[in-house]
Design a protein around this ligand. Structure first.
Ligand SMILES: [Zn+2]
Length: 399
């Protein structure tokens, strides 16, 4: 099978649209220039801090990676590295000198069985074959200049969808649902021993229970779990479950279209679709996002004229008609929080809270003053402050 067939459609479409954005093009061109001047030196840096695995040294690891390479029809030469770390981790970089570099932590290589390793390998290869590194998300959202908030939100949404594609490539290589789930469990929990036994059926039942709880109104629930960004997030597990039930993995399975409708429904939590919707809830969410984002931006060092322009462009569709007045918007923030709480569901409130965090993070780092504003908004919405800490701890770069 052509590995393109595995790719999640929204990842492909959003990557295409993003690569046409002026700001994305500008940063990509700048990076290409840096690379042409030889100033990234990634390979040298890797060699200094990691051990390159030769075929002679690690025949079993290469046997597993060869199988993945073949299954995904990859044709770029590969170099595998190991670095000393107790944390399970793997990463893949943009190719240099026509070679793909994939790195594994020592604990991961030793703690994962063959199929679990193939899931991790295939996941990293997936990032490579789908050119996820072509969109320099880290440079875009952590650069010196505050990016357009809408672009930041789109980049974060895309990066979640890119993980879905990479997971599918990994699952296709492992070709075993239990091993894929246990790999995600190991990555999240750090556990590999016999003390805790992973149970796939039980976990999938828990995910289904969460769906039931979330569809019932006014229930103290597990909604925040849906926004989890760790590997064992219910969204990723559910999306993989749909993948294994599709005809990509099971000849009698559902069509790819049907699977993608299901995945889209899941991932809609990650899409800033309320930015364009016309419902009362969407308008209330937008107004809160705008005020929250602006007040957070103003919190530490004051918002500059050029940053205000960015915000005005963001909301050009008429939600804000008069010239921006930060003081007035700060005064209105509590009303906007209340309005969102009335109009939007709990999970929608979390979504907009997450997006305000993304705008705060897009500036590079979140200061104490900014975090205080974020906590205040969370309190007003009845969202746990832990949700803020979890959201701003996440990394947007594909790994
Ligand atoms: Zn990844």
């Amino acid at each position: 099978m052509n590995s393109d067939a595995l790719r999640y459609r929204n990842d492909l479409e959003q990557a295409k649209a993003l690569s046409e954005e002026r700001e994305v093009k500008r940063v990509t061109e700048w990076l290409e220039k840096q690379e042409a001047e030889g100033s990234t030196g990634l390979r040298r840096q890797l060699l200094a801090t990691s051990v390159r695995l030769s075929r002679k040294m690690a025949p079993d690891v290469y046997k597993l990676s060869d199988e993945c390479v073949e299954r995904l029809s990859m044709d770029t030469p590969l170099e595998l590295y190991v670095f000393n770390s107790a944390q399970f981790n793997a990463m893949c970089f943009k190719p240099e000198e026509g070679r793909v570099f994939v790195m594994f932590s020592s604990s991961l290589l030793e703690g994962f069985n063959a199929k679990e390793l193939q899931f991790v390998m295939g996941h990293e290869f997936g990032h490579h074959i789908y050119n996820h590194h072509e969109i320099p998300i880290g440079y875009l959202v952590k650069g010196r200049q505050r990016p357009d908030p809408k672009l930041a939100l789109r980049l974060f949404a895309w990066s979640r969808n890119a993980e879905i594609s990479a997971d599918r490539a990994g699952a296709y290589c492992a070709n075993d649902q239990y091993s894929v789930a246990s790999a995600l469990f190991k990555l999240s929990s750090g556990l590999t021993g016999d003390l805790v036994k992973f149970d796939l059926e039980e976990f999938l039942a828990q995910v289904s229970d969460m769906e039931v709880i979330d569809s019932e109104p006014n229930r103290e629930g597990s909604q925040a779990d849906w926004f989890s960004t760790h590997p064992f997030s219910p969204l990723r597990v559910k999306a993989l479950q749909l993948f294994f039930a599709s005809n990509l993995m099971d000849p009698a399975g559902t069509s790819v279209e049907e699977m993608d409708v299901g995945v889209q429904r899941l991932m809609s939590l990650m899409e800033p679709s309320y930015l364009d919707a016309r419902s009362d809830a969407a308008i209330a969410m937008r107004n809160l996002l705008f005020a929250g984002g602006l007040v957070v931006a103003d919190a530490s060092s004051g918002i500059s004229e050029s940053e205000i322009e960015v915000f005005e462009r963001f909301f050009e569709k008429g939600d804000v008609s008069d010239k921006l007045n930060v003081k007035r918007i700060r005064e209105e923030l509590p009303q906007r929080i209340e309005r969102a709480r009335e109009q939007a569901t709990d999970i929608q409130c979390m979504q907009v809270m997450r997006d305000i965090c993304v705008i705060a993070m897009a500036e590079g780092h979140v200061t104490v003053d900014e975090k205080n504003v974020l906590n205040g908004i969370a309190d007003g919405l009845g969202i746990s402050r832990t949700f803020i800490s979890q959201t701003i701890a996440q990394d947007c770069e594909p790994d």
